[in-house]
Design a protein around this ligand. Structure first.
Ligand code: C5P
Length: 319
């Protein structure tokens, strides 16, 4: 357990906690995804907002598996992968909300504000039922990881909460971004479950993020961080923020950077207490949060009171 709760507004200037440094060390020893460590890499030069936005816009475009992306081809994949792009499916979006699952959103009464956005993104098994006052009712998209899809507890195929809105899934892939390698050895063996879900819910759009997205994003996070970060993919939360920056003009992110309600409660919908859910262990979460803090257009008041960060969409920046 990490007893570290000085984590809030001045994130960017806070030292990296020792427990996070230790996690970084052990994950580099494993280096499960074969990340290339760039020797003498030039860590973090303070970039302006526009420069950072353009870096993300150019280097981390939205990318989902498409028909014909070999080896994801053949009859089964052809009948499962969506034909339309995510942009076409959702249409133009002005304002979007990204609702993190952190325990700190409990008691926020943000539900109505969240629902007032054109689109709302939620993560993994985060429910609305029973929590609508704090998290709202609308689910336009849900980003799920392959672990959730394969978990018995989640009952992904049958639980009706997953059948609302557009689904997007991701699976930790090799750093090489090599589709053949990933196809043969996904982190969680999700292929059959994906096909089965598509068979049961043929009308619901269900996209798979390309491995390039997680690692192109990881590269940008690493290059803008003061030290080596965990050699593991970014969290679902950070991937979701980038998905929405591709799709929306303005994005409100709730409880990614902690409000004054910060708590060790891991998720608003579960009784598990662990600071690592907020500071990161496996994911380079603390570095993701520093980057998001750097891009925040909103006020300090919004952050402290509502845990709200306001970000520009890619379309607002001409690079
Ligand atoms: O745990 P899960 O991945 O389902 O949560 C969704 C996202 O919310 C995380 O990937 C992380 O980015 C964010 N989160 C957080 N602090 C928490 C719990 C989740 O920042 N305590």
């Amino acid at each position: 357990i990490i007893y570290w709760n000085s984590f809030s507004v001045s994130l960017e200037h806070n030292p990296i906690p020792e427990a996070v440094k230790y996690a970084i060390k052990i994950y580099w020893e494993k280096n499960k995804f074969g990340v290339f460590r760039k020797v003498n890499q030039c860590h973090r030069r303070n970039k302006g907002l526009s420069e950072l936005m353009c870096e993300l816009k150019c280097r981390v475009p939205l990318s989902t598996l498409k028909l014909g992306d070999r080896p994801f081809s053949g009859e089964r994949w052809e009948s499962s992968l969506p034909i339309q792009s995510l942009q076409v499916t959702l249409g133009a979006l002005k304002t979007c909300a990204v609702v993190m699952s952190a325990g700190a959103i409990k008691g926020s009464s943000l539900g109505a504000e969240i629902d007032s956005h054109d689109a709302v993104l939620r993560f993994n098994s985060a429910p609305t039922e029973g929590y609508t006052k704090d998290v709202g009712t609308k689910t336009t998209l849900r980003l799920v990881n392959s672990q959730l899809i394969m978990s018995e507890k989640a009952d992904f195929l049958n639980d009706p909460q997953y059948s609302t809105g557009v689904l997007i899934m991701w699976d930790p892939a090799p750093y090489s971004r090599n589709l053949d390698e990933w196809y043969k050895k996904p982190d969680f063996n999700f292929h059959e479950r994906y096909h089965e879900y598509r068979r049961l819910h043929p009308e619901q759009p269900f996209y798979i993020l390309s491995p390039s997205m997680q690692w192109d994003l990881w590269d940008v996070i690493q290059e803008n961080s003061p030290i080596d970060i965990q050699p593991n993919p970014p969290s679902s939360g950070m991937l979701g923020i980038i998905v929405m920056m591709n799709l929306c003009q303005q994005i409100s992110v709730y409880e990614f950077l902690s409000s004054s309600r910060k708590t060790a409660l891991c998720h608003y919908y579960e009784e598990e207490y662990n600071w690592q859910c907020t500071t990161g262990h496996y994911h380079p979460l603390i570095f993701e949060k520093r980057l998001v803090q750097h891009m925040n257009r909103g006020s300090k008041f919004d952050l402290v009171t509502f845990g709200k960060v306001t970000l520009d969409g890619y379309s607002l920046h001409t690079c």
